[in-house]
Design a protein around this ligand. Structure first.
Ligand code: GZL
Ligand code: ZN
Length: 326
């Protein structure tokens, strides 16, 4: 089948390097855009909602989407990006499972004159010409919102005999932007409260099973736990199971704060088994496709696109649940 080659001519704008004039590239027959997307995995409810948003938005935009699931392994994401470069896609997008180790493969994409868009998670690189924009949440902000709720809402029932509020933390994937920054934001706020202490902190890798196993260990080794701060709903839901199995009431004996606001988390919140959720929107598909069209057309796009998100109490969850998309 004869493929029409179209010369994608885009100007190099400002500090952003786009495909240089005259570079030719295979595109789908009708000249539509071909996108290669390297997804993290399917580790959480958030991730599957994010995948759905990307796949549905590509269909609506008429963008030919090549999609891969890396099972949360960086080497698999790098392999996918390399294969997209070989296939000469028009644009590559991905959610970097961890912040570092991307410069080599992103240099290869740059040499191949294929623009790269980051979604959801950021990379830690000096060379910001390696990607065109980063569409995603401010994870430090999310951690700050979680910490602020605790500061504003910890009541005497949470305080143990020596006046301390003991927090155990379930961290996301080690080395990932959300895990690093949600920890940072939370500590930014509670560090000014001498009575709030993080007494244990360990990764549950953003999975429900991971959260459950780590919480079981915390319950064994920590005499008094007042609050769980979980970097996502799935680990919070796992912790909730472990708390119940230990004969305690989640949301009452031990308060739970999580991030994401996916349906299962919001359901537990509405039931009072989780106390507060900071929303992190997975619905990045529409913005990604809009940016891809602009980038391939050589239009300028902002270097940073922050997603809008809010927070939920049990009351607000009850109201929001009926029309939640994920
Ligand atoms: C956040 C995203 C995180 C979610 C988790 O944008 O990277 O990864 O909070 C998901 O649920 O696994
Ligand atoms: Zn902030």
């Amino acid at each position: 089948m004869k493929k029409t080659l179209i010369a994608v001519c885009a100007l190099a704008l400002g500090g952003m390097s786009l495909s240089a004039c005259g570079s030719e590239r295979d595109s789908a027959e009708d000249g539509s855009i071909t996108m290669g997307f390297a997804q993290v995995g399917a580790e959480s409810g958030w991730r599957t909602a994010n995948t759905t948003s990307i796949q549905e938005s590509a269909k609506e935009a008429g963008i030919d989407l090549k999609f891969s699931d890396a099972q949360q392994k960086q080497e698999n994401q790098i392999k996918s990006i390399r294969s997209y470069i070989q296939q000469k896609v028009d644009v590559i997008a991905f959610s970097p499972v961890v912040e570092t180790g991307w410069d080599a493969v992103l240099q290869e994409a740059k040499r191949a004159k294929i623009p790269v868009v980051l979604t959801d998670r950021a990379v830690d690189t000096e060379d910001t010409s390696l990607y065109v924009t980063f569409i995603g949440s401010d994870f430090v902000e999310e951690g700050e919102k979680a910490g602020q709720w605790l500061v504003d809402n910890a009541d005497t029932s949470d305080v143990d005999k020596d006046g301390a509020i003991n927090v155990v933390e379930l961290q996301g994937t080690t080395g990932s932007a959300p895990a690093i920054d949600r920890k940072k934001g939370f500590e930014n706020v509670i560090s000014s409260e001498s009575n709030i202490k993080i007494t244990a902190s360990q990764t549950g890798d953003f999975t429900r099973d991971g959260g459950k196993q780590v919480m079981e260990a915390f319950l064994q080794s920590n005499p008094k736990i007042d609050v769980v701060y979980a970097h996502n709903d799935d680990m919070g839901l796992g912790a909730l199971e472990a708390i119940k199995a230990a004969g305690k009431k989640p949301g009452t004996d031990i308060k739970i704060i999580t991030v994401d606001a996916v349906k299962d988390g919001m359901t537990a919140l509405a039931a009072g088994e989780i106390n507060f959720i900071v929303e992190c929107s997975p619905l990045l598909g529409p913005q990604l496709m809009d940016v891809a069209e602009k980038v391939v057309a050589g239009e300028e796009v902002p270097e940073r696109i922050v997603t809008e998100e809010t927070t939920f109490t049990p009351e607000q969850a009850k109201e929001a649940l009926p029309d939640r998309k994920y």
